[in-house]
Design a protein around this ligand. Structure first.
Ligand code: KG4
Ligand code: ZN
Length: 408
């Protein structure tokens, strides 16, 4: 109980300022997690019970905001410049020496090739030098399992993962056992929000100059009227659980161009109706996510894929930090009798903790633990689990109408 309370307190304090501990003994196994799949260099050391001993995170967000998107070679260089320090910091904050580790877990798929390569090369050298087992990690598996670090959630559960690079619905049946119900057909929701934010020049907005696109849209949407631009929710006539955001982005871009012409301003100028466009964009993204999730829940129920006793939907990935999207999903889970679990925003976006936790889960079950000299390659593209999207589409489940009405 006492231990649990300390753990919660540590989660709240975020360890950033915690003083390094002197070398000490640990009763449980320790895992170092390393994340470099996109634009965050992260590392963390976890105890087997999920207790975070220390972590460090270097975000490249501000650099990529300035260049108008992630340039892979720039991301690679920033990972290269920071990886050593970030891992060192996580170890120092934990008071753990490399020799005390039981394993090193590192994201090897999916992600940007150049970014993945830096984390993997560093890890290969590290495990060889210290003679430690290596656990290659699937980034989306890690997002899916993070919620289990924070509260007990038994398999199977439904998971919606929404980020800058991904959008998927899956049933998590075990640590390395997933059924893929739906995935992104074109761009991911975070990518759409980032591109819309860029098209609206939100880095010029005094309130959002250092925010990611998704964060900026969430903030401005609070003061917007979402009904002013009734964008069409994507894929209304396709009865599966896949996602498409490219058409919606096109609708939004057309509207922005029309408004620029009406206001007589050039592209790159903040529009007067920016807040309303942000609110309508956020609402339509939320509705699309909610509808696909609703169908996935009905598919799971029809095929007894979730326990009848307290079935759970876990939502994670950077876009899951959006409160409006969370509220929209709550309407669906209340309607269908599921428990909704969203990790705090800090654990939704990329970090080393989620990778270390995935390492702990695999270590406990003895799954995918390699000796330090096994040659592992990164995989930029790697679907999660067994793909049953064809079966989901064939079921062609029609949704009952649900009113999505929430204040911004
Ligand atoms: O999971 P993540 O950190 O990295 C990827 O694996 O992509 O997610 C980053 C994405 C970005 O596209 C960002 O705009 C989006 O998550 N995001 C948000 C919010 N915070 C971050 N989207 C909507 N609302 C937010 N509050
Ligand atoms: Zn991610």
């Amino acid at each position: 109980m006492f231990h649990k309370r300390i753990k919660t307190l540590q989660h709240l304090l975020q360890y950033k300022n915690s003083a390094p501990l002197s070398r000490k003994a640990f009763s449980s196994r320790l895992v170092l997690g390393i994340e470099t799949s996109c634009d965050d260099t992260g590392a963390a050391v976890l105890e087997e019970n999920g207790f975070i001993l220390g972590e460090s995170l270097h975000s490249q967000k501000e650099v990529h905001l300035r260049t108008g998107g992630i340039i892979p070679t720039v991301a690679q260089q920033l990972h290269r410049e920071n990886i050593e320090r970030v891992v060192q910091e996580a170890l120092e904050r934990s008071g753990v020496t490399p020799n005390q580790l039981s394993a090193v877990a590192t994201t090897v798929k999916p992600g940007l090739a150049l970014s993945l390569g830096i984390g993997l090369d560093f890890s290969k050298r590290f495990v060889k030098e210290h003679n430690k087992p290596f656990i290659p990690i699937h980034h989306m598996e890690a997002h899916a399992l993070t919620a289990r670090m924070l509260q007990p959630i038994s398999f199977p559960f439904l998971v919606l993962l929404i980020s800058g690079g991904h959008s998927l619905l899956a049933v998590a049946q075990g640590v390395d056992d997933f059924l893929l119900l739906g995935h992104a057909l074109d761009e991911a929701p975070g990518d759409t929000l980032d591109k819309v934010a860029r098209r609206l020049s939100l880095t010029k907005h005094p309130r959002c100059s250092t925010m990611s696109g998704g964060q900026a849209i969430e903030l401005l949407a609070k003061d917007g009227d979402r009904t002013r631009f009734p964008f069409k929710t994507p894929m209304g006539q396709t009865y599966d659980c896949c996602f498409s955001f490219a058409g919606l982005r096109n609708q939004i871009t057309q509207t922005i161009m029309k408004k620029e012409a009406e206001e007589g301003v050039e592209q790159g100028t903040l529009l007067q109706c920016t807040n309303d466009i942000a609110a309508a964009t956020q609402h339509t993204v939320a509705c699309h996510l909610a509808k696909r999730t609703h169908r996935a829940i009905l598919f799971c129920k029809a095929n007894s894929l979730l326990p009848s006793d307290s079935p759970t939907l876990v939502v994670s990935g950077g876009v899951a930090s959006n409160q409006y999207i969370r509220k929209t999903l709550t309407i669906i889970t209340e309607e269908t009798g599921l428990q909704l679990v969203c990790p705090p925003a800090k654990f939704c976006t990329d970090n080393g903790v989620m990778i270390a936790w995935n390492g702990v889960e695999r270590l406990r079950e003895g799954k995918g633990i390699l000796s330090p000299d096994v040659n592992v390659c990164y995989e930029p593209k790697s679907p999660l689990g067994v793909d049953i999207t064809t079966e989901v589409k064939a079921a062609a489940i029609r949704l009952p109408s649900v009113k999505i009405k929430i204040p911004n």
